[in-house]
Design a protein around this ligand. Structure first.
Ligand SMILES: Nc1nc2c(ncn2[C@@H]2O[C@H](COP(=O)(O)OP(=O)(O)OP(=O)(O)O)[C@@H](O)[C@H]2O)c(=O)[nH]1
Ligand SMILES: [Mg+2]
Length: 394
């Protein structure tokens, strides 16, 4: 969860995790990252077998699995952060390990670049998206560029592989070697002479690396104070980055009310019901009616949708179910579909084996498709919702 201060990052994070990270209507409320676990939904395969499942890691509610996803809420970023403005570098370093960024913006335009309150519509959220990208590009270019020319010369002299040299410099940024290779291709940079690369070349490469390795999605937050026209303007200004309108505050209220047993609400739903109107205080009743109006306008609070679009569309993840018995879909203890794993689309059968256990990956013989009962080779790419048994040497 990234963005300028005071846009609702911690509120968004709390809504997804039901944790209690501090939230307040002024900038820099968050001064150190908050870590927690949210979840994305997937249709559970158990009805195909006609038996209930026995989930271990990902609970199943009415046929919907909730697959855990690690989330990090970081302090607000301001223009000039890579030079140390605001909480600067510290903030950027918290982003290293992320697979993707959900940028929260203030769609209502009622906060300036430093997160100070202003009148609604005074600021254009598209600008936040623009300068945040520049900050991240500058940050990656800086990580790449430290003592670059001297080291690049030795790479040239020793004829070392450029990709390896760059990968080494980018360690910890969670950037795949394939992303480095395609960033090099896309920038058409002079591969033979890295020692001659200019600061501009490094920035171009940084921009490509960011694009290749850290998919982004914008949550246009505070939609309760915004219009569809504002959403459309933002979407066209920052295309092709997808925009999901969100009301983090409303989602948090609903989830907490559901936890307290006051309402029936499932994250992502378009509606909720009050269990016992007599139990609500007048302010609670009023807040919930306000949220009803938000749901009527926007269809949902958008928070769950934003996370799921990030995971499924932007990160291209799928859910697979490893089992030990391909007929009953059970593990060794007879539990049905115990594990639901999020893996990149087209992950191979062997890679899933490694995810389950290193031994299983190393001693992999074949996998068996739980639906067709056909054998799958190690490099067979898996599709969404695959149920597979892995056969390994003992
Ligand atoms: N109207 C409205 N206000 C919201 C929404 N989400 C969050 N807020 C409010 O925005 C303010 C800032 O929320 P935080 O979650 O602390 O924002 P942040 O981005 O984490 O802020 P920093 O940690 O300072 O960077 C709080 O007053 C929230 O109640 C929303 O969907 N609608
Ligand atoms: Mg915060």
């Amino acid at each position: 969860m990234v963005g300028k201060p005071n846009v609702g990052k911690s509120t968004f994070f709390n809504a997804l995790t039901l944790l209690d990270a501090p939230m307040a209507p002024y900038p820099f409320t968050t001064i150190a990252p908050n870590r927690g676990v949210g979840a994305v939904r997937a249709k559970c395969p158990h009805p195909e077998k006609g038996t209930p499942c026995t989930p271990g890691n990902a609970k199943c509610v009415d046929g919907t699995r909730w697959i855990p996803v690690n989330l990090v809420d970081v302090p607000g970023l301001v223009p000039g952060a890579h030079l140390g403005k605001g909480l600067g570098h510290k903030f950027l370093d918290d982003l290293r390990a992320a697979d993707g960024f959900v940028q929260i913006v203030d769609l209502s335009g009622a906060t300036d670049a430093e997160g100070r309150i202003d009148s609604p519509g005074a600021h254009d959220p598209a600008e936040e998206v623009g300068w945040l990208e520049e900050e991240m590009v500058a940050w990656i270019a800086e990580v790449l560029g430290r003592d670059f020319n001297r080291q690049a010369r030795t790479v040239e002299l020793e004829g070392r592989k450029l990709e390896e040299f760059l990968a080494q410099r980018l360690t910890g940024l969670s950037i795949a070697p394939t992303a480095i290779a395609s960033a090099l291709r896309n920038t058409a940079i002079d591969r033979a002479h890295p020692a001659h690369w200019s600061a501009e070349d490094l920035a171009r490469l940084g921009r490509e690396l960011l694009r290749e390795s850290k998919p982004r999605l914008v949550a246009a937050n505070k939609c309760d104070r915004s219009s569809r026209a504002q959403e459309n303007a933002l979407s066209s200004a920052i295309a092709p980055i997808p925009v999901v309108p969100t009301g983090a505050d409303a989602e948090l209220t609903l989830r907490r009310a559901a936890r307290a047993g006051l309402v029936e609400y499932r994250p992502g739903d378009a509606e909720f019901t009050v269990r016992d109107p007599g139990r609500l205080s007048p302010p609670q009743a009023k807040a919930l009616e306000g949220i009803r109006a938000i749901l009527a306008t926007w269809g949902s609070t958008g928070v769950q949708a934003a996370l799921e679009r990030m995971v499924y569309e932007r990160l291209r993840m799928i859910v697979v179910y490893p089992v030990e018995d391909e007929t009953h879909w059970t593990d060794g203890q007879g539990r049905v579909l115990p594990d639901a794993l999020l893996v990149p689309a087209e992950t191979t059968a062997r890679a899933v084996a490694y995810r389950v256990h290193t031994d299983l990956g190393e001693h992999f013989i074949r996998a068996i498709d739980g639906r067709t009962h056909r054998a799958l080779a190690a490099d067979h790419p898996l599709g969404p919702n695959a149920v597979i048994r892995i056969v390994a040497r003992k």
